[in-house]
Design a protein. Structure first.
Length: 714
């Protein structure tokens, strides 16, 4: 199964431990985090834990450290309003559950924590410049400090309270960077074993850990059983219905002989059966694998044989093709068919209906195999990135809850389909983790379909890709569409040109958070932030991740220089299935080599420069194809562009541009010359394409990425 990362887990804890030692899933009524836990770290500042109750006025007698606690009043906005000199702090619930039982249970835990930590539950105080604590913090910002008993020293560290914002982030002072942590501050050495808490969220998970419990079951314990979880066509599925469907699915797998750690392959369009099939795999302790349902049927022979999955859950439209080549599937024992005639195989609905609506989750370990995510296959046959149970929860705690600030009030809609790990996270796992809802549809993600779904369901988060962002802007009726329900649009999968970002925000008045992730790291690890987008950049590190940009000899490069990005975080895969050589090459201790070319600016923003094997050396100077593409996209006649290397008559590598012109633009030589001149007006002349070829469309793989090698090979 490849190499495992060493994960340092919690030791046994007493029945009533201090709250900061309680695993999130063990908190009463599924309260996910301690109300307030501040942890100082030299140069990094204090880190704020997600909060779940409001804390009332202090009623202190000398030596008394007890606070009156108010019940939760409702959703409230994330953040901590702080008043100078006040004797209280108001901490609003992020999840927005607003249940008195949860408030009371959390209040009990809060008092235990305060008493066991320092004998006091003193509040947050605001201090001005020059009063910063000894642990660091920028002198020109207001900082927050925790007080102890009267006369006690303040805790080291600082939090930045950005002017005009209602959220707190770690204070960051300008400093030279080598290896950068998302915590900011001075360069740090590669980490050894980490502590249990970081950035105020779960650092490691209890040894007994199951993804179905983390993403699904907790919603029932939190009283969300009758809350809508999935919207699909005319149907509304509640969390209780999804839970019952998942239990029946787990029973179906077990009745067919699926054992813990067996692979089960899902080949379905986006529909409720996809969700229950997936959660049932988690409950059964099997390993989830997902494949595009629109591939040629012959491709499924590779996926089933490669994964050795004994069971598959497939759509009825695939049955005739699979039946025709059934003998090529070496390990397949049975197919469960969704959405029509199962032919010689089993009906999903019938088999599930025979199973009980309740079941026990498999006794999985946090480091058991859980999910295989496939690479895009741009360098050959797709390979499976093997992930453990805790990998997805670790990223969810950081990206979904901290960066996206997702709550149960969010409703998601996705352009990429659920088989793609990007969408599995943002359009299924993430909303389920916070008790939100998701909109699913089987149709292709065309602009008219998307606008119709937005009008009907009013989602708050749209998961998108640059290609579809461009198509939505090109749609003739887009100017009449109301997207005010959206608070965020997410973009990943390929670079988002600044020009495209600007057009979108100008048209729809909704911000786009561009980021980068990978199957190897599960999800996004670098992202722009709400209210702090830097167009053209991919933003800053997601909390908990570390990054370094290295040269050809793996030396760490200073800010501003282009090199290969290495990333470290506990969502990393254990390795590639059946590719130990590649695993050893790209995984080095805690670090994964992305193969992406990046530079980092002085503010910690990362700028994508292309893949290592996409970079062009023209006249001995490196040229980023992405830079040339962005210049081409600023021309009013260009709809899409891709730049690759091309051998000129002398055998030298020069840039060649493949351009999809906008409608109404004719394929004339004058346009080609005009585009070359346009790039020269934007960039150094040696970066301009020597040849321009006009196309009707760019070739893309099943994940929507442009197939550069196909273009380069003609």
């Amino acid at each position: 199964m490849g190499r495992r990362r060493q994960v340092h887990g919690p030791r046994g804890v007493p029945r009533r431990p201090p709250l900061h030692q309680v695993p999130a899933r063990s908190l009463p009524r599924d309260v996910r985090r301690p109300p307030l836990h501040l942890r100082g770290q030299h140069g990094a500042g204090l880190h704020l834990v997600r909060t779940v109750v409001e804390v009332g006025e202090t009623e202190r007698a000398p030596g008394e450290g007890v606070r009156a606690l108010r019940g939760i009043r409702g959703p409230g906005a994330p953040g901590i309003p702080v008043e100078a000199g006040c004797g209280h702090r108001e901490i609003r619930e992020v999840a927005g559950c607003g249940r008195d039982a949860r408030a009371a249970a959390t209040a009990d835990f809060l008092l235990d924590q305060a008493e066991e930590r320092d004998g006091d539950a003193d509040g947050v105080r605001r201090s001005r410049a020059g009063e910063g604590p000894p642990g660091g913090g920028c002198p020109d910002r207001a900082v927050l400090r925790t007080g102890g008993l009267p006369g006690s020293a303040p805790v080291a560290g600082a939090l930045s309270l950005d002017p005009g914002e209602r959220r707190v982030r770690p204070a960051r002072c300008p400093a030279g960077r080598g290896v950068e942590s998302s915590e900011g501050g001075a360069p740090v050495a590669p980490r050894g074993p980490r502590g249990r808490w970081e950035e105020g969220v779960i650092e490691t998970f209890p040894e007994s850990f199951n993804l179905a419990d983390y993403f699904l079951d907790h919603n029932l314990r939190a009283g969300r059983g009758e809350k809508v979880a999935v919207l699909y066509r005319e149907e509304k599925w509640t969390y209780r219905q999804i839970h019952e469907g998942a239990c029946r699915a787990a029973g179906a797998y077990r009745s067919l002989g699926v054992r813990q750690e067996d692979r089960v392959l899902i080949v379905l369009p986006d529909c409720p059966a996809f969700v229950t099939a997936l959660m049932g795999i988690h409950k059964a302790g099997a390993v989830l694998a997902m494949v595009n349902p629109l591939l040629p049927v012959e491709d499924y022979v590779y996926y089933f044989n490669y994964t050795r999955a004994p069971i598959g859950v497939v759509h009825a439209s695939l049955v005739p093709g699979i039946q025709r080549i059934r003998g090529q599937f070496r390990y397949l024992k049975e197919l469960l068919v969704v959405g029509g005639d199962p032919g010689p195989f089993l009906s999903w609905d019938k088999v599930c209906a025979e199973q009980p609506a309740q079941c026990d989750n498999a006794p999985t370990h946090r480091d058991d195999p859980a999910v295989w995510l496939f690479t895009s296959g741009s360098t050959g046959k797709p390979k499976a990135c093997m992930h453990l149970q805790h990998d997805f929860a670790w990223n969810t705690e950081r990206y979904a809850k901290q960066v996206l600030q997702m709550t149960e009030n969010d409703r998601t809609l996705g352009v990429p389909k659920l088989f793609f790990g990007y969408a599995t996270g943002t359009n299924l796992w993430f909303p389920f983790a916070v008790g939100g809802s998701t909109v699913l549809f089987e149709e292709r993600s065309m602009p008219d379909t998307l606008f119709q779904l937005i009008r009907r369901h009013r989602p708050t988060i749209l998961t998108n890709v640059p290609t579809t962002i461009n198509k939505m802007l090109q749609d003739p009726g887009s100017e009449r569409e109301d997207l005010s329900c959206l608070r965020l649009v997410l973009s990943a999968g390929e670079a988002l040109p600044p020009e495209l970002y600007t057009r979108w925000v100008k048209r729809f008045k909704v911000d786009i958070l561009d980021g980068i992730g990978s199957a190897e790291m599960f999800h996004i690890y670098i992202s722009n932030r709400i209210g702090a987008v830097k167009p053209g950049s991919l933003g800053r590190l997601v909390p908990g991740y570390e990054a370094k940009i290295c040269g050809p000899s793996e030396e760490v490069l200073p800010d501003g220089e282009v090199g290969t990005l290495w990333i470290s975080g506990d969502s990393a895969m254990t390795g590639f299935w059946q590719d130990d050589e590649r695993s050893r090459k790209l995984l080095r201790g805690n670090w994964y080599c992305t193969g992406d070319q990046f530079r980092r600016d002085a503010e910690g923003n990362f700028w994508y420069e292309g893949r290592a094997d996409d970079m062009l050396k023209v006249g001995g100077i490196w040229v980023s194809p992405l830079e040339v593409e962005n210049a081409l996209l600023t021309h009013p006649s260009v709809k899409e562009a891709c730049v690759t290397g091309w051998k000129d008559p002398q055998g030298l590598i020069v840039p060649k541009a493949f351009v999809v012109p906008r409608e109404g633009v004719f394929s004339e030589d004058s346009l080609k010359a005009e585009l070359i001149a346009h790039v020269k007006s934007k960039l150094a002349h040696y970066k301009a394409p020597r040849e321009v070829e006009l196309l009707r469309s760019l070739p893309r793989n099943d994940r929507g990425k442009v197939e550069r090698k196909k273009l380069a090979q003609g």
